[in-house]
Design a protein around this ligand. Structure first.
Ligand SMILES: Nc1ncnc2c1ncn2[C@@H]1O[C@H](COP(=O)(O)OP(=O)(O)OP(=O)(O)O)[C@@H](O)[C@H]1O
Length: 556
């Protein structure tokens, strides 16, 4: 991931790095000039002052340029990452997203993204200070090769200690990053489960103490451990530096004649080098944290594979028929080591036909609908549209035939239409009136004035959107379940026949046995299998089917 970001902003990164290196080099030159001014007896003060001022100016300019460029780089990386993950989420196979879960995606989009972007804040600090430290070492080598060799020895020891610490620390940071994904799921429960938590004190206490609190604590503990190991290794580095200074001052320099002069030069270099070294040791762990987050993002985006090609076609073919041939799908439930199998299903749909899909809870109705509309690809069997087999190459195109309202539907706050029809607002508001919503919500400039509606009203709004989408095939998954009796009547007796008259193909998943007789065809699902395909049930027949459903579930 870091490599991808670096590649995306190559020129900006190169410019920012050059500015950082110039800043580091100029800082060391400044040091050399200060040292020379202090230790050289006869010197051309005017010339030295001029060079000093020019170098100081370069330090200032290179610092500002590097800081601005890296800030831009950081913000760009953040935006790129968010865009990259969002695009992957949009393109991912729906089933992969279900398996991955919303929490992990949220965690990648928020926290992990921020940490990776922070790399670009740490990077200039690391780069500039590494240049200053390297420059100081070179300057020391210039003063004395023995001191330089000693410095290399110290750096060798420091790096070894740092590497060992790094291996251990990364393990803890990885555990923290993994737990953070769970934490995001619990954060969602805080808002999604707000009613339940308020109504039940025990649930609230147990949720906080045993679930959320423990997860927060685990992230805190593991991250603290990981970062403490890094900080300890920074301390080890600091200790080595002082040991190095001590050895140079008291052992290497010893009682040489020009001791004071030489000592002044060294002392200056050491003092000058300490700040950058500390900054270096502190910022490397941050870069490591970014690396851990980048790996996590990689892992999450890798599991969002997309086997399908995205459609670019705008025109849809006239729907003649959709045929499901021996279509099969399986869910594997890991915890219970259980498998739910839907199918093999054979079914055919034609335009202007209302099909009711009925069956008990968990029998597989929604799963069949997801297969039909192309959200799942069949594990076995095939779906055939107008004689053409649907596969990964054309499934996205095929999906554009459908407008669906599943029970867990989502309402966007605006009509997301790329066909910019000028009278979209007018058409939308007429539909809202038709669905008795005109006093609750309006469409203005393509956006809904509010979404704070009752569940039944939200479903009517979703229905209005389905009308506007004007797709040939409509799927309603227990749409009428939240409607009052009056609107249920309107839905089954007026809206469905009207949609059929418009030539739409309609699949209605329903438990409303009173209306089964209104279907052109009634199909029944039981434990993943279609047990009955019934054309044009009469009113008495639909009552019989309803009672057989009740008997099948022992509800009498
Ligand atoms: N996303 C999923 N991952 C794993 N298993 C699932 C998933 N969705 C449904 N299942 C399982 O598949 C079975 C059928 O579920 P489905 O939602 O299709 O039933 P349904 O007939 O629509 O039920 P209901 O009338 O309650 O809406 C259930 O036993 C359920 O446990």
């Amino acid at each position: 991931m870091l490599k991808y970001l670096i590649k995306q902003s190559k020129s900006l990164l190169v410019s920012a790095s050059i500015a950082s290196i110039v800043h580091g080099v100029c800082s060391v030159l400044l040091l050399a000039q200060i040292s020379a001014a202090l230790t050289t007896a006869e010197a051309d003060n005017g010339k030295m002052a001029f060079i000093f001022a020019a170098t100081a100016f370069c330090v200032m300019v290179s610092y500002v340029v590097a800081a601005i460029l890296f800030e831009r780089l950081g913000q760009r990386a953040h935006a790129e990452l968010r865009g990259f993950i969002a695009k992957r989420v949009i393109a991912a196979d729906y089933r992969q997203l279900e398996l991955l879960g919303a929490a992990r995606i949220q965690s990648a989009l928020s926290e992990h993204c921020t940490r990776v972007a922070e790399f670009f804040v740490s990077f200039p600090v690391i780069l500039t200070n590494a240049v200053v430290v390297a420059g100081c070492l070179v300057y020391m080598a210039f003063l004395s090769w023995q001191v330089f060799l000693l410095a290399l020895l110290v750096i060798g020891f420091g790096s070894l200690g740092y590497h060992l610490a790094h291996l251990r620390a990364i393990r803890h940071l990885d555990i923290a990053a993994e737990e953070q994904d769970n934490l995001f799921a619990y954060f969602r429960s805080l808002t999604d489960g707000a009613k339940e938590l308020r109504l039940n004190r025990d649930k609230r206490t147990a949720f906080y103490n045993d679930v959320l609190g423990q997860s927060i604590e685990k992230v805190r503990k593991e991250r603290t451990l990981g970062m403490s190991i890094f900080v300890a290794s920074a301390g080890w580095g600091n200790f080595l530096i002082y040991a190095f200074i001590g050895m140079v001052l008291f052992m290497l320099v010893g009682d040489i004649p020009d001791r004071t002069l030489i000592m002044t030069g060294y002392a200056l270099v050491f003092v000058y080098m300490l700040g950058p070294l500390e900054a270096l040791l502190l910022n490397i762990p941050r870069a490591n944290l970014a690396q851990v987050s980048a790996e996590r993002i990689d892992e999450i985006t890798r599991s969002m594979s997309s086997s399908e090609s995205q459609t670019h076609k705008v025109e849809l073919p006239p729907l003649q028929s959709i045929r499901l041939e021996s279509v099969l799908h399986r869910y594997y439930h890991e915890q219970k080591d259980e498998m739910f199998t839907l199918g093999p299903v054979d079914l055919e749909f034609h335009p202007g036909e209302i099909t009711f899909l009925v069956g008990g809870n968990g029998s597989g109705k929604t799963t069949l609908a997801k297969l039909l509309v192309g959200l799942y690809s069949p594990e076995e069997g095939k779906i055939i549209l107008n004689g053409v087999i649907i596969d990964d190459m054309n499934r996205d195109y095929y999906r554009q035939l459908f407008s669906t309202i599943f029970s867990d539907f989502h309402l966007f706050d605006r009509l997301l239409e790329t066909r910019h029809e000028s009278d979209l607002d007018k058409k939308g508001n007429e539909l809202l009136t038709k669905l008795h919503l005109q006093h609750k919500v309006k469409i203005q400039n393509g956006a809904f004035t509010t979404l704070t509606l009752s569940q039944g009203q939200r479903k009517r709004l979703a229905l209005a959107i389905s009308y506007l989408e004007n797709r040939p095939f409509l799927v309603f998954d227990e749409w009428a379940a939240d409607q009052d009796p009056v609107f249920k009547e309107i839905f089954y007796h007026e809206l469905l026949p009207e949609l059929r008259a418009m030539g739409k193909t309609i699949l209605v998943i329903s438990h409303d046995d009173r209306y089964f007789h209104l279907a052109d065809r009634l199909i029944r699902m039981e434990n993943g299998r279609l047990t009955q395909v019934n054309a044009w049930p009469s009113e008495t027949e639909s009552e019989t089917i309803a009672s057989s459903l009740i008997l099948a579930h022992g509800v009498v």
